[in-house]
Design a protein around this ligand. Structure first.
Ligand SMILES: [Fe+2]
Ligand SMILES: [Fe+2]
Length: 294
């Protein structure tokens, strides 16, 4: 891992964690949870931006961490929601109450906004397509919005912070990594590389255990379940590559740091043939069934 990233702060997951410069993880992690969520806070001079703010049950934890960062809630000027799922947007009305800023803007994409309205959003709801797909902060810092259609919602997009090169990827690169093994920064062990190959016949208990806790397997499993098809995932990966991020910060799972690790994960996902509906159709074909099996 890059020495400057997260190295000078202890990994106390009950506190906000600075992932780089002025960007904080204000997420939530419990060992019993199936899926943890990663909201992120960008603090830029006297402005703050909250990305994928989190679910209703996680609200008090996220808010406590925002306060622990040391900002006043009113300084949050924008809430960015990369799609409209409840694990991102559920706490929207609670956040609006706490932030209490009449100038607060909620940013998403047209395809999402009709759904986001149903959380009871009272703020101005903006569409990235009407903002030249970028937000320029008072300091001049630019957040660029990058659509990844159907990965996994029609209006899904990512946010690239041009100052740091961090790509906030929402569900893309998310993971169901075995929670007891979770770390905020992805740790691909040497053993994980074997997991990219099909399990050999006569597999050992040890191999099965490694797969259960392997971060690459967790990322693949999550993408298989959440993304609609091979094509949607591959297009999103192609778009990710073209934007050359320095770090990838997904809404679930772990932050990907370093080119080698990002390349390994992208490669692992790019080779998948059983994503979403393609996986279901493959199973039906193998079973000779006209309807979903299993
Ligand atoms: Fe989602
Ligand atoms: Fe999600």
């Amino acid at each position: 891992m890059n020495e400057t990233i997260g190295s000078h702060i202890s990994m106390e997951y009950n506190r906000p964690i600075k992932i780089v410069d002025d960007i904080y993880w204000v997420g939530y992690h419990e060992k019993e949870d199936q899926i943890s969520c990663n909201p992120y806070l960008i603090v830029d001079q006297d402005e703050a931006i909250l990305i994928d703010g989190g679910s209703r049950p996680d609200f008090s934890t996220v808010m406590r961490k925002i306060l622990q960062v040391g900002i006043v809630p009113k300084s949050i000027t924008h809430l960015i929601y990369h799609h409209y799922d409840p694990d991102l947007c559920g706490s929207l009305p609670n956040l609006e109450d706490m932030i209490d800023n009449p100038l607060l803007k909620v940013i998403s994409k047209r395809e999402n906004n009709g759904f986001i309205r149903h959380y009871g959003c009272r703020s101005v709801l903006q569409c990235i397509d009407q903002m030249d797909r970028k937000l320029t902060l008072k300091s001049g810092r630019t957040l660029r919005f990058i659509p990844i259609p159907y990965a996994h919602s029609a209006g899904s997009f990512m946010t690239l912070d041009e100052k740091t090169g961090i790509l906030f990827s929402s569900d893309l690169f998310g993971s169901t990594t075995y929670q007891a093994e979770w770390t905020l920064f992805l740790d691909i062990k040497r053993a994980c590389h074997a997991c990219l190959q099909p399990l050999p016949v006569g597999r050992t208990e040890q191999e099965i255990l490694i797969r259960h806790t392997c971060p690459l397997c967790g990322i693949r499993k999550f993408q298989r379940q959440v993304m609609p098809s091979n094509a949607a995932l591959r297009l999103a990966l192609q778009i990710t590559r073209a934007n050359n991020p320095v770090m990838i910060a997904p809404q679930h799972g772990s932050v990907l740091c370093g080119k080698e690790e990002m390349d390994q994960v992208i490669q692992a996902l790019d080779s998948m043939e059983d994503v979403g509906i393609d996986g279901i159709l493959g199973e039906m074909k193998r079973a000779g069934s006209a309807f979903p099996v299993g």
